[in-house]
Design a protein around this ligand. Structure first.
Ligand code: CUA
Length: 365
C-alpha cells in the first residue's frame, strides 16, 4: 500500500473546497486538519520548553542580560514572544472551537467578516503595533557615545580579534581575543575587518554588528553586571568561523584601570630559570615576524600581540585555556587545532624547542 504524503492529506482541490465551505459554510475539513496540526505543534512547543529554559543562562546568552542594550533586547524578545504566544493561543482556540463546537454552517456575511477581520484587520494592527514597539528601541541603540565613554577598537581577522585600547599614558596598545570593560560605563566599539565580513557579538551585552572590510562600523554597549562573558563571530567567515570567540571581562572601574595600566606595560616574563632562552628561541624561529611581544625585538603585526598572552582567558581565540600543554599543541599542530588559519604549524621544531616556546609564552603574564 502506498504511504500517504502530506500533500495527499491536503490536496489543493480540497483546500479550495474547504475555503469555500468556510466562506459559504459547512463542515470545515481544513479547519479540522489545522486543529490536528495545532495540537501537534502545542505538544512540540510544550516539550521543547524545558530545553529552551535550560538555554537561558550562561556566559553567552541573550536571555541572561548583563548590559543595558542586552536588557532592552531581552525585553523586546519577551514582549514579542508573549505577543505571538497570545496570538497562537487565540488562533488555536478558534480552530478547536470551529472543529469541535461550532461545526454548523456559517452565513456568507459571517464568513466574510471572519476573513476580513481575522485575516487583515487584526494581523495588520498587531504587526504594526509590534513593529512600532521594536522600532522605538532604535534611537537608544544608535545613539552617539556619551561623554566619558570608553573607546575600544576591534579588528576582525580570519579567525581572531585584534583589540586596541588607548593607553593611560597616551598612545595605543594591542591585545587579542580578550576585552576588559568597566561596569556601568558606556563603551563605543569601533569595528573593522581586514579580510572578509565578520560580525561582532557579545550576546550577554547587546546586539551584533557586521565588521566589513573597508568600512568602520560602531556599537555602543553599557555593561551593568560584573562577570566574564563570551563573544563570538556571528557571520560565517570561513572554515574556522566557529572557532572565533573572545572573552569579555566586566569589572569594577578601579580593577579595570589597574588592568589597563598593567596591559599597557611591556612583557614581564614570570618564568623562573631560563627567561632569555625562550625569548631567543621565539626570535630565532621567526615568531617575531608575525607576533609582537612588547619590550623585546619581536615586533610583527600580522598575528596577535602576545605581550601578556599567558595571562589571558584563552588562546586560539576562545578555543582553549592557556597553559604549557595548550601552547605546545598550538605551536606544533596549529592546523589540526584550528583549520585554515594563516599561522603554519611548527611541527618541524624539536620537542625541546616547542616546550621552551610554550614555557616562554605561558610566562608572559
Ligand atoms: Cu569571523 Cu565568522
Amino acid at each position: 500500500m502506498r504511504t500517504r504524503s502530506f500533500a495527499d492529506c491536503i490536496p489543493s482541490a480540497e483546500i479550495i473546497a474547504s475555503v469555500r465551505r468556510v466562506v459559504g459554510c459547512r463542515a470545515p475539513r481544513l479547519v479540522r486538519v489545522g486543529a490536528r496540526w495545532s495540537a501537534l505543534s502545542a505538544k512540540l512547543i510544550t516539550g521543547s520548553a524545558s530545553l529552551f529554559g535550560a538555554g537561558c543562562a550562561g556566559v553567552q546568552s541573550t536571555l541572561s542580560p548583563a548590559g543595558k542594550q542586552a536588557d532592552d533586547l531581552a525585553t523586546l524578545f519577551w514582549g514579542l514572544s508573549i505577543g505571538t504566544a497570545v496570538i497562537w493561543v487565540v488562533v488555536v482556540g478558534l480552530a478547536l472551537y470551529a472543529a469541535y463546537v461550532a461545526t454548523g454552517p456559517l452565513s456568507h456575511g459571517a464568513g466574510r467578516k471572519l476573513i476580513v477581520g481575522g485575516g487583515i484587520v487584526v494581523p495588520g494592527v498587531v504587526l504594526c503595533g509590534l513593529l512600532a514597539y521594536s522600532l522605538s528601541m532604535l534611537p537608544g541603540l544608535l545613539a552617539a557615545a556619551p561623554d566619558g565613554a570608553l573607546t575600544v577598537r576591534v579588528t576582525a581577522h580570519q579567525y581572531w580579534w585584534r583589540v586596541t585600547y588607548e593607553a593611560p599614558s597616551g598612545g595605543t596598545f594591542e591585545l587579542a581575543n580578550e576585552i576588559h570593560l568597566p561596569v556601568g560605563r558606556p563603551v563605543e566599539f569601533q569595528l573593522e575587518s581586514t579580510d572578509v565580513i565578520h560580525a561582532f557579538w557579545i550576546p550577554s551585552l547587546g546586539g551584533k554588528v557586521d565588521m566589513i572590510p573597508g568600512r568602520r562600523t560602531r556599537l555602543l554597549l553599557e555593561p551593568t553586571r560584573v562577570g566574564t562573558y563570551r563573544g563570538v563571530c556571528a557571520e560565517y567567515c570561513g572554515t574556522s568561523h566557529a572557532l572565533m570567540g573572545l572573552f569579555v571581562v566586566v569589572q569594577p572601574e578601579a580593577d579595570f584601570e589597574r588592568w589597563l595600566s598593567s596591559q599597557a606595560q611591556p612583557a614581564i616574563s614570570a618564568q623562573a630559570g631560563q627567561p632569555t632562552k625562550g625569548a631567543n628561541v621565539f626570535l630565532a624561529t621567526g615568531c617575531g615576524g608575525c607576533h609582537s611581544v612588547r619590550g623585546t625585538l619581536a615586533k610583527g603585526t600580522i598575528g596577535p600581540d602576545l605581550t601578556h598572552v599567558g595571562g589571558r582567558r584563552s588562546i586560539g581565540a576562545g578555543i582553549t585555556e592557556p597553559g604549557v600543554d595548550s601552547f605546545a599543541a598550538f605551536i606544533a599542530r596549529t592546523g589540526e587545532i584550528k583549520p585554515s588559519i594563516h599561522m603554519p604549524a611548527f611541527g618541524m621544531l624539536s620537542q625541546d624547542d616547542v616546550l621552551t616556546l610554550a614555557h616562554y609564552l605561558d610566562g608572559l603574564k
